[in-house]
Design a protein around this ligand. Structure first.
Ligand SMILES: [Zn+2]
Ligand SMILES: [Zn+2]
Length: 403
């Protein structure tokens, strides 16, 4: 990558940015929830077809995959954007605010879609690469696992990739700043329901009952020891009991108590340890009070792990585009979760962040772009459409360079 070619790519991205900023604002005005992205995915597919990609619609419900082959190179690259919005009432008051009350692009997936679409056209028209480019526009990232649905539909069987990459905006970093991380970058997120069954009875005669309230209360306290006594002090883990339901009346011992937990980890081994300890503790604690526990353990998103070689390549491209002052090479991990983690379990790759603004730039919407995602005042920073697109073009040309 020469300095001149990098500046050319960025200049081209900037020259066509207005059209894709308008596209971003259009889908911001027409946000769609997970697996309902019919209008968005149709517009994306139409654009990709007009650029000359072979396009498959309806993968994983409302997902779109577009492929462009050039030359004879054997390498295959996957780039992924997410398209879904959130059930939030928008409060930004911007001219392009959501026209659908209660649905909002509050995580910037409108921007991710626009960035990748802008790169798609630039690569089709001017991109110099040798190999196969697969663009993955996925539905339902927000909790519904659209990535997994696309994989169940044969995403990587029909569109094999040697490496995959995805980019998410992040308020708090200056606009356009790029932040990378090798290794575990985002947490797994599991939901657990523990039901403790005992024997109900009269509140005046506890000796004739097996009280699940006492057993479950003891269990809440015992669960606090999993992180403090079982997990390596240098590892990250969260066990939160967010709900405890039991009983109705002051003088009745109920026959059942229910706990609901959120369980997170940044390491696959720690995640498995949490599962084993929580299950054992629940069953043993309940038994010690003459009760029985059943544990319904729902595995949510996996730990997101960025592989070393692909992260090194992503860093190289980030440094080439932004220079060292606007790149964080090893950013802190985040306790949130992301379903790109499932794709990274199958294919090596890296997930990076692009700064959405820290409120210090002179954009008219700077306050909104510095506001955290999932907040009704948040908005994607339009200047990232060009920079994000330039990043994807450079990454593609670098990964699929002729050897
Ligand atoms: Zn989100
Ligand atoms: Zn998001």
């Amino acid at each position: 990558m020469s300095d001149i070619s990098i500046q050319n790519v960025l200049a081209q991205s900037q020259a066509s940015a207005a059209e894709f900023v308008a596209f971003r604002r259009d889908i911001h005005q027409h946000p769609e929830l997970g697996f309902q992205e019919h209008r968005t995915s149709e517009r994306v597919a139409e654009h990709l077809q007009s650029y000359g990609y072979s396009v498959e619609r309806g993968m994983g419900g409302t997902g779109v995959v577009a492929q462009l082959r050039r030359g004879t190179g054997p390498r295959r690259l996957g780039l992924r954007a997410d398209m879904d919005a959130l059930p939030i009432v928008e409060a930004t008051g911007v001219p392009h605010a959501s026209q659908h009350h209660g649905v909002m692009h509050a995580c910037g997936h409108d921007g991710h879609t626009a960035m990748l679409l802008a790169a798609a056209r630039q690569l089709a028209e001017q991109g110099e690469f040798d190999g196969t480019l697969n663009l993955i526009f996925q539905p339902a990232e927000e909790g519904l696992g659209g990535a997994l649905k696309m994989m169940e539909d044969g995403l990587f069987d029909r569109y094999p990739c040697d490496a995959i990459f995805a980019m998410h905006n992040m308020p708090g970093y200056p606009q356009g700043h790029l932040a990378l991380r090798e290794g575990a970058a985002m947490a797994s997120s599991d939901q657990v329901v523990i039901t403790v069954r005992g024997v109900g009875g009269h509140g005046a005669m506890p000796h004739k009952a097996a009280d699940p309230v006492v057993a479950a209360s003891s269990l809440v306290m015992a669960l606090q020891t999993v992180v403090s006594r079982n997990v390596d002090p240098l590892a990250m883990a969260v066990v939160t009991v967010g709900a405890f339901h039991a009983g109705e009346a002051n003088n009745v011992i109920p026959d059942c108590a229910t706990l609901k937990l959120s369980v997170r980890a940044l390491d696959r081994g720690v995640r498995q340890l949490l599962r084993e300890r929580i299950t054992d503790l629940a069953q043993a604690q309940a038994r010690s009070f003459g009760c029985e526990a059943t544990v319904d353990y729902k595995a949510g998103y996996a730990v997101l792990v960025n592989t070393p070689a692909e992260t090194a390549l992503a860093r190289e491209v980030a440094l080439a585009l932004n220079g060292p002052d606007r790149v964080t090479l090893q950013a802190p991990a985040l306790p949130g979760s992301e379903d790109f983690a499932f794709m990274l379990e199958k294919v090596p790759g890296s997930y990076l962040l692009i700064g959405n603004g820290d409120g210090q730039d002179d954009s008219p919407f700077a306050g909104h772009s510095a506001c955290m995602v999932h907040n009704p005042n948040y908005d994607f920073h339009d200047s990232n459409v060009a920079r994000g697109a330039a990043y994807w073009v450079l990454l593609t040309q670098h990964f699929l360079r002729s050897i």
